[in-house]
Structure formats: C-alpha cells, structure tokens
Design a protein around this ligand. Structure first.
Ligand code: 13P
Ligand code: SF4
Length: 298
C-alpha cells in the first residue's frame, strides 16, 4: 500500500499534509506533518495544486479558505472536531452588543461559519502572542474555554470572557489521573496540551502545541515523560526518541475523528481524487479575514 500511495502522489502531483493526531502509518506516508499552525502555513507554501489533508474538517477547510486556487481533498468528510461546533454565532453577536472594545478571538478548531464572525483566529502555538498584540482590552474567546483560560493566564493585561466549549479528549484527562501517574513515575516530566483543564496544566513542566510537546520532549535530557494529549503524538515522540519512555495518562486518550483518517482511505482518496472540500465564495471571503490576521500577527 505504501508504494502505491507514493506512486499515486508522484503521478498526480498531490501533496499529503497530516496532523500529529492521525495514525502513525498515515504520518509515515505524508510529505508534511505538524501542528495546526504549521499545517495552515505549509498549505500556502507547497507548489502542488492538490493538497490531500489528513486531519479533521476544520483543518482542510482552513487550507481551502487560505488557498482557493488549490484543490483540497479530505479522505473522510465525517472526520469533524466536536469542539469546532461548540461555538455559537448568536453568542458572538450578543457579546458584541454588550461589551465595548471587544475582540472576538476564535480558536482555529472552529467551523468556517464561526470564523466568519470573529476578528482573529489563533492556534495553540500562537494564541498568547496574538492576543497580547490586539488593540482591544476585552477578549471573547471561542470555542475552547480551556485554551482561552490558559491564554488568559499568560495575558493578564486583558479582560477575558469565555465560551464554554471543550475538547472531549483533553477534558477527560483529570488532575487526579496525572497525580497518580506522577506518584508511579516520580522522575517523569509532565507535558500537556493547553486544551487540558487549568488544574492539569498547573501540574505540567511544559505546556504547548503538539509540535511544542514533541520538540520539548526531544530536546530534554530527561528520559521519561507523562504526555497529556492525544495518542497520535506518540508516533513522532518514539520515532525521534527511541530510548525515552513516554506514558499516556488514560486509556482513551484518543480522538476518534482523527482516527477516521485511515491509510486505506488515504489511498482511496488519492485514487478517486475525492472528497473535495468546498467553501462558498461569500463564506470564504469572510472567514479569510481572521485567518489572514492570524498569519500576519503570528
Ligand atoms: P495543535 O496541533 O495545533 O496543538 O492542535 C491540537 C488539536 O487538537 C488539533 O485538533
Ligand atoms: Fe477536536 Fe479534540 Fe480531536 Fe483536536 S483532539 S480534533 S480538539 S476532538
């Protein structure tokens, strides 16, 4: 299967971009693997006219919005991030009416419709930097309350309001789970994604995006780590650090939507050149504004 994927990529001039949460075997056949910000950036830089996006829908949709002249394919259109649907346009409109001097900041894990009503997008790797540089004093952060609260802890000069969305995968990791594991492996560092609750982040030696976690673990002289994020990162962690020991916190640290992108579906997608991501021109033009501002400020 690997050889066929390689042959089809070359023959059809298709580039494969993958997120660190998809299966290792999909990461293995990819041309670029990274966190959400890196993938949005690289989608603009690649020369190929067709991008096959191995990730959830909002990622492929963002790639299409940023690159309307390119064709973007997703192997399974039902791979959607539940948190992306937890924000509401009505709440944004209500906040805009009630709060003066307000910036609506939207995590990139959101639908194109939600982005279209926001001022700027952020990812887990650039959120604090971007929010610090906004001229508004008040921030409404949507959809993820945990990432919002983490950014607020780093940007004390602003007033924050939060939507109450969350990532089910990171929400399930509790402070008690991490404490238990710390007792079992006292020498291990705790590395956590900011989609975890603040009570988990308080126990962490490092907080960052998927790429941040992988880089930190790889550059550290410590040999053992507790990883508070989705299990897909273990592929790259173990590939780069075969002698280090990585512990997951709970058994179901798994994003079922990311896992819908199987190697079989990647092959099918290459063969049939489907499923093409479509975004209407009107929606694209509106959602492009906060995405472009993110690229500028990041
Ligand atoms: P990053 O890879 O940007 O850290 O995002 C994590 C995530 O949940 C993507 O769905
Ligand atoms: Fe969404 Fe969480 Fe899956 Fe990321 S890990 S795609 S935030 S459900």
């Amino acid at each position: 299967m690997y050889d066929e994927i390689k042959r089809l990529k070359k023959e059809k001039d298709i580039v494969i971009l993958s997120h660190y949460y998809v299966d290792g075997e999909v990461q293995k056949v990819s041309d670029y693997v990274g966190d959400s910000y890196y993938l949005a950036k690289i989608a603009r830089e690649v020369n190929q006219k067709t991008i096959l996006f191995s990730g959830v829908c909002f990622m492929a949709e963002s790639a299409k919005i940023l690159n309307p002249e390119k064709r973007v394919l997703i192997p399974d259109a039902l791979a959607t991030c539940p948190m992306a649907h937890m924000g509401s346009v009505e709440n944004i409109q209500k906040m805009r009416k009630e709060i003066q001097d307000l910036a609506v900041v939207c995590y990139i894990n959101s639908t194109a419709e939600l982005k279209a009503h926001c001022d700027v997008c952020v990812t887990s790797s650039n959120g604090a930097k971007i929010v610090k540089n906004l001229p508004q004093k008040n921030i409404y952060f949507t959809p993820d309350a945990h990432l919002g609260r983490y950014i607020a802890s780093l940007v004390s000069e602003k007033n924050f309001y939060f939507n109450d969305g969350y990532c089910p995968v990171h929400q399930d990791i509790t402070r008690g789970d991490v404490e238990n594991l710390k007792r079992q492996y006292p020498k291990a560092l705790v590395l956590a994604h900011p989609e975890c609750s603040l009570s988990v982040l308080k126990l962490a030696d490092y907080v960052g995006s998927t790429s941040g976690i992988i880089d930190y673990a790889s550059n550290s002289s410590i040999e053992e780590m507790i990883i508070c994020t989705e299990i897909g990162v273990f592929y790259e962690l173990e590939r780069r650090n075969p002698h280090k020991k990585f512990h997951k916190v709970i058994s179901n640290q798994i994003c079922i939507d990311m896992k819908k992108i199987t190697i079989e579906k990647v092959l099918e997608s290459l063969k049939d050149e489907k499923i093409e991501v479509e975004v209407s021109e009107e929606l694209r033009n509106q959602a492009l504004i906060p995405l472009n501002l993110m690229m500028e400020l990041a």
